[in-house]
Design a protein around this ligand. Structure first.
Ligand code: ZN
Length: 674
């Protein structure tokens, strides 16, 4: 089995963004379009679109249509009743004739907004089922008030199932359980498996692996695994003619239009993707990925497919996502410098020389402007992507790393002046450095993590990848983050003129430690542990360095006026600790040392101190910041004259609800149950 979890989708939220200006954020700031629960919805702009040549605008238009057509797939993957739930709620929302000012209606509306945001009834980050703040009786009464034919026969028949899913707290509690020792499939209610146990699923895929295949496919990536009535375990493949066919056919329809306007080699690349969608053959997918990764010159680029496996506790099944983009040439210079020096970074890594790559190849790095988000990238969005995930392709052909600058910029703008830094960062010198260099430190850390971190290192002979099992994801993100942290503080960064001084690293380090040990807890519910891989990795790094540097007081807890702060006293020693830890985590990956990896994660990354947690939640709550953010997409329209496309116009809708309702009616192709 390959090490498909070298994938990365860095999800950044407001808690990791630091303001650049200390003005007060106006409640009606024009870039914040909506707020509900723990979420704010933002607008992103697409600078440079209007100046693109017509053929590229047209290509973006068709790829964007394809990006919107897979939305239902993700809903269904997340949970098998998400589609009837969403449709029932949308029907109510459109047609309820009663009072829309009551507290219960407002609660129902908020619930629907959350379902749209999470692509289902489980929180997009914590994976826990939402608790409705309206009653079952109220829900049934509004259903009654809507004319029965509005729902249609099937939704009416599914009413009881929908009701149980929403209101029974014992059912479908989490979409993704990663608790050690439990049956991770039986206890996770995502829709990737049905009727099979974890042991049966593991056995099914173990039996498929071809020994010593130099080009192993990602077995199980694009299918649901089910047990039939006759007890037979088999895959339902996501392809034209298979599961999710109605949506995939629409995706293919728009990809064909895109292929028609694309130039070589992109034309052939899109053709390969179409072949894969038609056949469901994972060798075709790899063929497409190889073509895609080798095309580093096309200005317009895209992700479209079953890509990331974070939603499957076994790390095998991939959720559908899409992202359409074009190059931000001015900003690419920064990552070019990093990329050109890839070998220097690898050679100077603190990892054991046996586990460094002798020759680092194929690291391509660019900064992009996002033009459309779809599936698992919408509305919550990554700020960096590193693909493809197949280890052998990365080794032989390299990978593409991107950071998405217009999204990063939109986050930073929304986080301006929210009071976060003043509340949690004790020393003025740290706050000053972060105000000056926080954004640059974030950008560079992301670049290093994506462009070099994931691609660095090599496995020991005989190690296949996959040995770290449910700890793979956390340890992989840890490795990439440590790589970024270690080099952010390297004098080489100044020499390469990437940073004006090592104060940038000090800003980044202070932020990272504060977030990892403390402020990211604001995103966790009381009584819960840390589950998400990136959050675990940050906690692991910060807590490990705290403990290892204790004798030298490298990191210190400080109490001041009844409030707790974490302070970095020695940045140089902290960097040494990052290096030491990188060496150990690389060893764990290279040797597939499951026990050591498990011990690290379980000791440092999971358990939350309830007292500290309570304090962080109270202080964070008092600031009134929504910890998660997502985006409304721009809209593109073809301008035609005499039957020919002469331009593509972009506009920026400002209504989250309207966009969700539009997508729900115009881009919904799957049946209620799949
Ligand atoms: Zn990553």
């Amino acid at each position: 089995m390959k090490n498909y979890l070298t994938a990365c989708c860095l999800t950044l939220t407001a808690t990791t963004m630091i303001s650049c200006h200390q003005e007060n954020e106006a409640a009606d700031a024009p870039w914040i379009l909506d707020r509900f629960d723990d979420v704010k919805v933002l607008r992103y702009e697409v600078p440079g679109f209007a100046e693109l040549p017509l053929e590229e605008k047209e290509l973006i238009y068709y790829l964007s249509e394809a990006a919107k057509c897979g939305r239902d797939i993700l809903f269904d993957q997340n949970f098998k009743y998400n589609l009837p739930i969403r449709r029932t709620l949308e029907t109510i929302y459109r047609h309820y004739p009663g009072d829309r000012e009551t507290a219960e209606w407002k609660a129902l509306e908020k619930y629907l907004k959350k379902v749209w945001f999470a692509n289902g009834i489980h929180h997009h980050y914590s994976n826990d089922k939402f608790v409705p703040e309206f009653s079952r009786d109220y829900f049934l009464s509004v259903c009654e008030a809507v004319p029965v034919e509005r729902f249609g026969e099937e939704l009416n028949a599914l009413r009881a199932v929908v009701c149980e899913a929403i209101f029974n707290p014992e059912l479908y509690r989490t979409r993704l359980n990663q608790t050690e020792g439990e049956d991770l499939i039986a206890t996770s209610c995502n829709n990737y498996y049905e009727g099979v146990t974890q042991a049966e699923a593991e056995e099914f895929y173990r039996a498929q692996v071809v020994a010593d295949d130099p080009e192993p496919v990602a077995y199980g990536l694009n299918s649901k695994l089910v047990k039939d009535a006759d007890g037979q375990v088999r895959e339902r493949v996501w392809r034209v003619g298979g599961m999710y066919s109605p949506a995939i056919e629409r995706i293919v329809f728009w990809l064909e239009k895109a292929r028609d306007v694309a130039r070589e080699p992109q034309k052939a690349t899109i053709g390969a993707l179409i072949d894969y969608y038609r056949t469901g053959d994972l060798r075709e997918f790899d063929r497409y990925n190889v073509m895609w990764v080798r095309d580093t010159l096309s200005n317009v680029d895209f992700v479209n497919g079953f890509i990331e496996d974070y939603g499957d506790p076994l790390g095998r099944k991939a959720s559908w996502e899409s992202l359409v983009n074009f190059m931000d040439r001015a900003a690419c210079r920064r990552t070019e410098i990093i990329s050109e020096n890839a070998q220097w970074f690898e050679d100077h890594s603190p990892a054991d020389s046996a586990y460094r790559k002798e020759k680092v190849r194929g690291v391509s790095a660019k900064v992009i402007t996002c033009a459309m988000l779809g599936g698992d990238c919408y509305p919550a969005t990554p700020i960096g992507i590193n693909l493809p995930n197949a280890d052998w392709i990365r080794k032989v052909h390299g990978s593409k790393s991107v950071t998405i600058d217009n999204i990063t910029y939109a986050y930073a703008r929304a986080a301006e002046g929210d009071g976060f830094l003043d509340e949690f960062m004790l020393r003025e010198e740290d706050r000053d450095r972060i105000v000056r260099y926080g954004k640059l430190a974030d950008d560079l850390h992301t670049d290093l993590h994506e462009c070099l971190g994931h691609g660095s290192g090599q496995l020991a002979p005989g190690v296949k990848g996959g040995e770290l099992k449910n700890y793979t994801s956390t340890l992989e993100e840890t490795r990439a983050d440590l790589f970024g942290l270690y080099y952010l503080g390297d004098p080489k960064m100044v020499e390469l003129e990437l940073i004006p001084s090592l104060d940038v690293a000090r800003a980044g380090y202070a932020k990272y430690i504060m977030n990892g040990m403390m402020t990211q807890l604001s995103r966790i519910e009381p009584g819960k542990n840390v589950e998400e891989a990136h959050m675990r990795n940050r906690k692991l790094i910060a807590e490990w360095c705290y403990e290892q540097g204790r004798a030298d007081n490298v990191i210190e807890w400080v109490e001041r006026d009844g409030k707790t702060y974490v302070v970095v006293n020695d940045f140089d020693k902290l960097r040494e600790l990052f290096g030491r830890m990188l060496r150990e985590v690389q060893r764990i990956k290279s040797e597939g040392d499951f026990e050591a990896g498990r011990a690290l994660v379980e000791k440092y990354a999971v358990k939350v101190d309830p007292k500290l947690h309570e304090e962080v939640l109270a202080r964070y709550g008092a600031l009134g910041i929504a910890p998660y953010a997502g985006f409304v997409n721009p809209r593109y329209e073809l301008v035609e004259r005499d039957g020919r496309v002469v331009d593509v116009k972009i506009s920026y809708p400002d209504d989250y609800v309207a966009q969700m309702l539009e997508y729900g009616s115009d881009y919904s192709f799957l049946p209620n149950l799949n």
